[in-house]
Write a protein that binds this ligand. Structure first.
Ligand code: SF4
Length: 305
């Protein structure tokens, strides 16, 4: 086990502290990218659940990359944090010509205190040239590619109009891992296309992907999305906070203990969130998950296959 038993799961903060020797925080940036499901290449309007403004505070008021990085670093310095990962967060951050990508990534790495990059992208947007660029940069610094897996079930990927299937995800992650680049997967639990049994069973498929880290999100409905329209017309069941706590406890038990946990719930901005509205905050939910694992004398990976 890579984490102390009292943590009950492999916390991202614990991983970062061990890797970099001190606290490291992410500085999120919006570099003005788009996605193939938005620009007409694979569709328009994006994946049905997605509204970047719900999680990306810089989305409404895009400043230059330099301004965003400088402001982010200044904010963290006030909290005595001096090491940073620049997080290319909004939209698909490998979806541009390699020359443009290289310039952006290297510029971000030039800032004092920056120890690496986290790059959010889709499995179908890490082609040969992009991978070769990332591989070069990864030789001298830390890169974590954050890949939107979202579901291991093709019926769900079709329903949300991702524009790729799970086999594409498996192949992309295998290629990236061959280059020894850190991979974090984004995963959503709660789609009405999946039963609870299928959701829990997905942990086994996730374990086989050989990813290094994961962000687990509950499905929520945010404003200005196709999903909001679907939900308004025919509402479906979403997880309550206690149901989510129970599901995550069971999910963590099935997840390989070597996978770093970056998130255990979604975190939509309040003014964009339609449902579910929980009366527990993030801190209370995380603490309830930990307490429940302890009460079961259990931990991440306790039942992993
Ligand atoms: S979920 Fe990701 S790939 Fe889909 S539209 Fe949103 S940012 Fe683009």
């Amino acid at each position: 086990m890579n984490f102390p038993l009292e943590h009950r799961y492999y916390k991202y903060s614990y991983y970062l502290k061990n890797k970099f020797g001190e606290k490291v925080y992410k500085v999120p940036v919006n570099a003005g990218f788009t996605c193939p499901t938005r620009d007409g290449h694979l569709g328009t309007g994006g994946c049905i659940y997605c509204n970047n403004a719900s999680f990306s505070p810089t989305d409404r008021d895009i400043k230059s990359i330099d301004e965003q990085i400088e402001a982010g670093i200044q904010r963290l310095q006030k909290r005595n944090i001096y090491k940073y990962l620049i997080y290319f967060q909004s939209y698909t951050n490998t979806y541009a010509p390699c020359q443009k990508l290289e310039k952006l990534y290297r510029k971000a790495l030039d800032y004092k205190g920056v120890v690496g990059l986290c790059i959010g992208t889709r499995p179908d947007c890490v082609g040969k040239d992009v991978l070769s660029l990332l591989n070069n940069i990864n030789q001298d610094t830390y890169i974590s590619l954050e890949i939107g897996i979202e579901s291991v079930y093709n019926k769900t990927l079709e329903w949300v109009r991702r524009g790729h299937d799970f086999q594409t995800t498996q192949a992309a992650i295998a290629r990236i891992k061959e280059k020894n680049i850190h991979v974090s997967g984004h995963y959503i639990l709660g789609f009405p296309t999946e039963t609870k049994k299928e959701m829990l069973a997905s942990a086994e498929k996730i374990n086989r992907l050989q990813i290094d880290a994961i962000k687990l999100h509950h499905l929520h409905i945010v404003k200005n999305t196709k999903l909001a329209k679907i939900y308004k017309k025919s509402p479906f069941e979403l997880f309550s906070a206690p149901e989510w706590i129970n599901l995550i406890v069971e999910y963590l038990e099935r997840l390989d203990a070597g996978i770093v946990i970056q998130r255990l719930m979604g975190d939509a901005r309040g003014d964009t969130l339609i449902a579910p509205q929980w009366d527990m905050n993030k801190f209370q939910i995380l603490s309830a998950i930990k307490d429940k694992l302890a009460a079961r004398d259990s931990h991440q990976g306790g039942k992993a296959k």
